[in-house]
Each structure stands twice: as structure tokens, then as C-alpha cells.
Design a protein around this ligand. Structure first.
Ligand SMILES: Cc1cc2nc3c(=O)[nH]c(=O)nc-3n(C[C@H](O)[C@H](O)[C@H](O)COP(=O)(O)O)c2cc1C
Length: 240
């Protein structure tokens, strides 16, 4: 049974979030065509991730020196392990995120800090760091919405959102990453065409790039048939 983790990095409800509308659509297609696929929703603004702190850093230091942890340090460490273990328990990933001030929203950055963990998802070797998720066949899709056009021209180098995510996730060994960019959500036309085009791209990725068992077909009613609010706003829930 394939398990997909859907990570929501936009605080906007789906009604107002272009990235969520496209990612929700992809999840609906997965659930419609592959009811056996287990989808876990990790909504980072409904249920904020742990923010790394001094207790966690002390825990890392003390574990390395084989020292006993204070209760607060053990608790901080356990928070991170819980998050990274949930991440590792899935086969494929979908991230919905806005571009915020040229980067990712803070809860998404905090989430990344919880899943990039030495000994769990990467480790240092004599020849440099290696991603421990390499060769695992895991695939990941980033859906990023931006008010302006940050995907070509002079602004390209300022997109530290999806490009950061691609780099850090490759660092832990996820090498099949596809990015869907919904650009210019603050610019006309406001006719939904950008979201529609991104949905079509999402469907192509599900059909062509994700594994054969995720054999998604075009919905009978066309791409516009799905409601952006079909998915409930929940924190962490498993849908199957
Ligand atoms: C705090 C904040 C910062 C933003 N920074 C940028 C930015 O740097 N570049 C940009 O093109 N749009 C920026 N935007 C606009 C969002 O990227 C845009 O509204 C996008 O559609 C939001 O994604 P969503 O629709 O999935 O919520 C920003 C919006 C907010 C609220």
C-alpha cells in the first residue's frame, strides 16, 4: 500500500490558496483513482511543528557525548524524532507552499529543521555528507504559488522558496523532485487559468512520473470538477 504525506505550508484556507487548490486536486485524484493509497495530511499551521531550541541542541550534544538528558532535552529530542519518523514512514510527498519574502513560510522552515536530522535522514562521512533517503524510490512534488513571476528573468535568483526546498530535500537523498510553479497570483488575469494550468501539470506528474501503481486517469468532468474545499482542514489525519 502506497503512503503519501501531504504537507500544507500555507496558512490560507484552500479557498484562498492557489498552492492548496492544486495540491488538494492532486490528492483528490489520487484518492479517486487509487483508493488504496493512504494519504496523511500534515497541516503545518493547524498543528505547528516544534521549533528547534537550546534543549534540542543540548540533547544532540549530550547524546554525542553519551551523557544523560534532562527531561526538557529528552522531550525536545522526542518531538523531532516523532516528526522525522512520520516523514520516513511515507513513500511519496506533496508540499503546498506560498513564496514568502523570497523564501518559505516559517512553519515550513521549522518542519524542514525537524526532518533533516543527523543519523535519520543524513549523515556525515569521511567524504562528505550523504542523504540516507537515497535509492529509496521516494518521489516528491512541490506546488509553489507566488504573487509575482519568480520563475524566469532577473527575479529567478530571488526564488529561495522552491529552490531551497529542492536543495535541502535532495541533500537528504530524495532525488526525484518535481516543482509546479503557480506564478503571478497577484497579477491579472484573475480567471483561474493559472491554477487550471497547474492542475493539468499536477495530473501529468501523477500519471507519468509517480509510480505505475498510481495510475491516475483524467476525471470525467475535466480538471475544473474538483472543489478546492473537498479536503477538510485538519491537523494530522490519515485518510484511506
Ligand atoms: C508574508 C507574505 C510574503 C510574500 N512574499 C512574496 C514574495 O516574496 N514574492 C512573491 O511573488 N509573492 C509573495 N507573496 C504573495 C504570495 O506568494 C501569493 O499570494 C501566493 O499566491 C500565496 O500562496 P497561496 O495562494 O497558496 O496561499 C507574499 C505574501 C505574503 C502574505
Amino acid at each position: 500500500m502506497t503512503k503519501v504525506l501531504y504537507i500544507i505550508g500555507s496558512p490560507n484556507p484552500a479557498e484562498y490558496s492557489s498552492s492548496r487548490q492544486v495540491a488538494d486536486f492532486m490528492i483528490e485524484e489520487l484518492r479517486r483513482t487509487q483508493p488504496d493509497t493512504v494519504v496523511t495530511i500534515r497541516d503545518l499551521y493547524q498543528d505547528p511543528p516544534f521549533v528547534l531550541n537550546a534543549d534540542y541542541l543540548a540533547a544532540l550534544r549530550k547524546l554525542q557525548q553519551q551523557q544523560e538528558l534532562a527531561p526538557a532535552e529528552a522531550a525536545a529530542f522526542a518531538e523531532v524524532i516523532k516528526e522525522v519518523d512520520q516523514f520516513l514512514a511515507h513513500d511519496h510527498y506533496l508540499i503546498a507552499t506560498p513564496l514568502w519574502n523570497f523564501g518559505v513560510p516559517p512553519m515550513l522552515k521549522a518542519y524542514i529543521d525537524n526532518i533533516v536530522v543527523p543519523g535519520k535522514t543524513f549523515r556525515y562521512t569521511a567524504t562528505g555528507p550523504i542523504g540516507l533517503m537515497r535509492d529509496s524510490g521516494r518521489k516528491l512534488v512541490i506546488v509553489q504559488a507566488s504573487g509575482g513571476d519568480f520563475n524566469e528573468g532577473p527575479a529567478l535568483t530571488l526564488n529561495h522558496g522552491s529552490r531551497y526546498l529542492e536543495d535541502i530535500l535532495k541533500f537528504i537523498g530524495i532525488d526525484q523532485i518535481d516543482t509546479i510553479a503557480i506564478t503571478g497570483t497577484a497579477l491579472p488575469p484573475f480567471d483561474g487559468s493559472k491554477v487550471q494550468a497547474a492542475k493539468a501539470q499536477g495530473l501529468r506528474i501523477l500519471q507519468e512520473i509517480w509510480p505505475a501503481e498510481l495510475n491516475v486517469t483524467v476525471p470525467a468532468g475535466g480538471l475544473g470538477s474538483s472543489s478546492p474545499q473537498v479536503l477538510e482542514v485538519v491537523s494530522t489525519v490519515t485518510l484511506n
